[in-house]
Design a protein around this ligand. Structure first.
Ligand code: NAD
Length: 284
């Protein structure tokens, strides 16, 4: 078993969407483990704040502005990191947004942003970085942010949920591609249950239909009341990634329940149905 410090100390980590939430927690933890952390985010202010925190604790960090919805920015990032810092040991494709609303009520721009950030951001992060990792021929880790939502469905979270199903299958295929290549590159799918972050803040819902704010508030409060502590969750995530686990869960019982529900659905081949709990949530 490889411990996180054994695996990562002295290496370079690149994390997208690391200016807040899970990305920031993973960046702080990578800094504690002795990595040089490239803290990237669409917000310069947020990326600099997190990089500043890591440096204030004696760690090494660099803040860079990257919008993952633009594939060429990820190409630029991969080249810059390679030229400036050398081989990347850990890439976490983390940036993602939650979008709420009925399919036909979400404006084009919000649909495109959701698909581009949550799916293309991860695909093109891998496309940009993998060639450098393969050329280096050294052990490296790629971890992509899925969710327990990759194994469940939820009306009015359609845009978000379908991206997580896509990311899960992408990571599974990527894992197999690395096996085919016999590359020393581990691939993990991170499926947090619920960690306390800013993903359901009202401001994160800009561009959603107006009545999405009620559902957003319910989710925000659920997260505030029942979400796992961010630092604790991120520590658990990097431990499992370091071990080379494909399935990385913060709350394994939530992952198991979602997977069991999905298996049952496939077995029954019955129409989708809403649990009473979900109906109550959406009735607010
Ligand atoms: N928080 C949870 O419980 C949870 C559960 C399952 C999955 N996830 C996934 O974890 C990831 C992080 O979520 P979070 O809860 O930390 O969110 P968050 O909203 O707290 O943080 C997201 C960060 O991504 C950045 N970002 C947004 N758009 C970007 C873009 N185009 N390019 C670069 N950066 C961008 C934001 O500025 C922010 O700093 C997401 O992929 C999310 O789907 C989170």
């Amino acid at each position: 078993m490889t411990t996180d410090r054994q695996a990562f100390e002295g290496g370079v980590a690149v994390i997208t969407g690391a200016g807040a939430g899970i990305g920031s927690g993973l960046a702080r933890r990578a800094g504690e483990l002795g990595m040089t952390v490239v803290v990237t985010d669409i917000s310069a202010e947020r990326a600099e704040a997190v990089a500043g925190e890591i440096k204030a604790k004696g760690g090494k960090a660099e803040a860079l502005v990257v919008d993952v919805s633009k594939p060429t920015e990820l190409d630029r990032l991969a080249k810059q990191v390679h030229d400036q810092f050398g081989d990347v040991r850990l890439l976490v494709n983390n940036a993602g947004i939650e979008t709420i609303g009925f399919t036909w009520e979400i404006p084009i721009e919000r649909w495109e942003a959701t698909l581009n950030i949550n799916i293309h951001g991860i695909v093109h992060g891998v496309r940009a970085f993998a060639p450098y990792m393969l050329d280096a021929g050294k052990p490296a880790w790629i971890a992509n942010l899925a969710s327990v939502g990759a194994f469940s469905v939820m009306p009015t979270q359609t845009a978000y949920i379908m991206t997580k199903h896509a990311v899960q299958s992408f990571s599974e295929c990527l894992y197999l591609e690395m096996q085919l290549k016999e590359a020393p590159i581990h691939v993990s799918s991170i499926m947090p249950g619920m960690l306390k972050t800013s993903i359901f803040e009202a401001s994160a819902g800009q561009g959603e239909p107006a009545d999405a704010s009620t559902h957003r508030k319910v989710m925000h409060d659920l997260m505030a009341n029942y979400g796992m502590d961010l630092a604790e969750g991120c520590k658990v995530i990097l431990e499992q990634v370091a071990e080379g686990k494909f399935w990385v869960s913060t709350q394994p019982e939530m992952t198991q329940a979602a997977v069991d529900g999905r298996i049952q659905f496939f077995r029954d081949q019955a129409p989708p149905f809403l649990s009473e709990q979900a109906k109550q949530l959406l009735a607010h």
